[in-house]
Design a protein around this ligand. Structure first.
Ligand code: PLP
Length: 277
């Protein structure tokens, strides 16, 4: 079942208008939540980010967070979801194609669930990445539907024989196409600060908290493309990828081309955090 406007309906009954501004302009926002064991993971962080995205693009959410939470719980139960994700998007609604906001916008909300297991193999073996120019706009902190740069970059990475892209803006590493990027140098963790140039990942927050608990020195400080060469370990973080090691960048192996010990420690702490041994 889908949550569409205020009802739970089968997918076939989700009747989004061709005039929906999400379709014309990407004029909307979204969130992806992880569900472990039938429960929303880090829900408050996702709601806070959804509210922030909505406020900054001036879309009025059709529900309070409390109401939305109740709806999402119901959706999870209706779909008997144990392991997977909840996707929710809210667009500014439909109107004849014209850039200004409609005078009386009626936002359209749609949510669905997807069954998905944890990506055990990739978390174990690691992935490869290539670097590319981050050509996105200057509000990457907002989770909006405008994902064409992300889509293009991911496909370019695949076409170059890698699993994902690591973006840099004028030489400063930002993040990846659907995850945040972290590296270990001199035994310390480095990641881009949570400003307008990256999405403030919910997993990023969890991992930084776990890293500090493990007494790791954490630097939320910009670092350069050149410093990738000095990385002892590298990994990405995200709702669906959790903590996935990066074992080579631009065809150069990180360390021995194997996931490193600090990455393993963080993965273990993350497993514990989500209630696995
Ligand atoms: N950065 C980008 C560009 C993303 O699209 C995502 C997730 O979709 C992330 C980072 C990771 O965020 P989160 O940990 O909240 O999933």
């Amino acid at each position: 079942m889908y949550l569409y406007q205020h009802q739970f309906v089968p997918k076939e009954e989700v009747a989004i208008s061709p005039d929906d501004r999400g379709y014309y302009f990407g004029d909307g926002i979204y969130e992806v939540f992880r569900v472990y064991n039938g429960e929303l993971f880090e829900a408050e962080g996702h709601y806070r980010r959804l509210e922030k995205s909505a406020a900054d693009v001036r879309i009025c959410l059709p529900y309070s967070i409390k109401e939305l939470h109740e709806k999402l719980i119901e959706l999870i139960q209706l779909n008997h979801l144990q392991e997977g994700t909840v996707y929710i998007q809210v667009t500014r609604g439909s109107a004849l194609r014209s850039h200004p906001f409609p005078s009386q916008p009626e936002p359209v909300l749609m949510a669905f669930t997807t069954e998905m297991q944890r990506p055990i193999h990739k978390m174990d073996q690691g992935i490869t990445a290539v670097t590319a120019d981050d050509i996105r706009w200057l509000r990457c902190d907002l989770k909006t539907l405008n994902l064409l740069p992300n889509v293009m970059a991911k496909q370019d990475a695949l076409d170059r024989g890698a699993d994902d892209v690591i973006w840099h803006r004028n030489g400063t590493i930002t993040e990846c196409s659907a995850s945040n990027f972290m590296l270990i140098k001199n035994g310390e963790l480095w990641t881009h600060p949570a400003n307008n140039l990256i999405l403030h990942g919910i997993t990023r927050d969890v991992v930084l908290k776990l890293a500090r608990q493990l007494q790791l020195e954490v630097h939320e400080t910009p670092f350069l493309l050149d410093e990738l060469k000095l990385a002892e370990e590298a990994f990405i973080t995200g709702t669906t990828v959790e903590i996935t090691p990066v074992i080579s960048i631009d065809n150069v192996p990180i360390a021995q081309g194997l996931p490193g010990p600090i990455t393993r420690q963080l993965q273990q702490a993350f497993r514990k955090h989500i209630g696995l041994a």
